[in-house]
Design a binder for this molecule. Structure first.
Ligand code: HPA
Length: 280
């Protein structure tokens, strides 16, 4: 157990030193793999998977379908580290726990974060099965992982969030998808606490607030990554129409089915984007 007097930065450094003794790869790009995408980590070259249980301070999820491994490897030669499985606020984890893996991957050397999720589509321009590149987000979780004393070795007290999602990476994702023969959409992601899906009235409110899609993850990880100065690319798989926008009730199995259906397109986009971003 870490001593109480240790700062977060010191705790992360201890874990980094231990992982460095086990893994040779210094990652350039960090990945957080959302619903249906965990299998991507199994396709990494020269991969080394470390179970979360073996990483001091790393929270372990109980949600089915979320394997818990930090996987180091290469994509087309580019060194990466991927979170195969993540924890959510709605499971009862605190904001610090939700972002621990993101912070660790950046502390390991990653300068860019690619974060993926499943989301409900609110805007009319979003169809089920679309990939939406996040242009911005609205943090409606009521939490922030930077509350409390600021560890200056991680980042500044008051981080700028003007360009939470990097313009260059967003353009790259769009152009890369076109090269692969499909279109991405773009939009604002609202991150909520969950675990209930929204009411139709809440979806109308979110639309008024400027949200195009809604989900229960991502915003805190992006705050932690921006705090640490990493560039972020967020991509949502629109797994369903948000509540009240279709005659159907919302169901987790629909979310999983769509995520699985889109998986191969999503995976090929990730591969190509990593190849391009890693070469830069
Ligand atoms: N709402 C919240 N989170 C989600 C949704 C949704 O409709 N779909 C997938 N994750």
């Amino acid at each position: 157990m870490p001593a109480k007097s240790q700062s977060l930065g010191e705790r992360l450094d201890l874990v980094r030193v231990k992982l460095r003794s086990e893994v040779r790869i210094t990652p350039k790009i960090a990945l957080v793999l959302g619903s249906g995408l965990g299998g991507f980590a199994d396709t990494l070259e020269e991969s080394v998977a470390i179970p979360y249980e073996e990483i001091d301070g790393m929270p372990v999820s109980g949600v089915e379908g979320h394997a818990g491994n930090l996987v180091f490897g290469r994509v087309g030669g580019v060194p990466v580290v991927a979170m195969q499985g993540r924890v959510h606020l709605y499971e009862g984890f605190g904001p610090d726990e939700v972002v621990f893996g993101t912070r660790l991957m950046i502390r390991m050397g990653a300068r860019s974060l690619i974060i993926t999720n499943a989301a409900g589509g609110i805007a009319d321009h979003l169809d089920v099965g679309d990939l939406m590149v996040l242009s911005d987000h609205i943090n409606l979780t009521g939490r922030n992982c930077l509350v409390g004393p600021n560890d200056k070795t991680l980042g500044p007290r008051f981080p700028d969030m003007t360009e939470a999602y990097d313009g260059g990476l967003r353009d790259l994702a769009k152009v890369t998808a076109e090269r692969l023969g499909f279109e991405t959409k773009s939009g604002v992601y609202a991150g909520l606490l969950g675990p209930t899906y929204e009411t139709p009235a809440e979806i109308r409110m979110l639309r008024t607030l400027g949200a195009d899609a809604v989900g229960m993850s991502t915003v805190l990880e992006v705050i932690a990554a921006r705090h640490a100065g990493a560039r972020c690319l967020g991509i949502s798989c629109v797994t369903n129409k948000a509540a009240g926008l279709s005659p159907d009730k919302l169901d987790h199995s629909e979310v999983q089915d769509t995520a699985n259906r889109v998986q191969s397109r999503f995976t090929s986009l990730l591969r190509a984007v990593i190849g391009e971003a890693g070469a830069a």
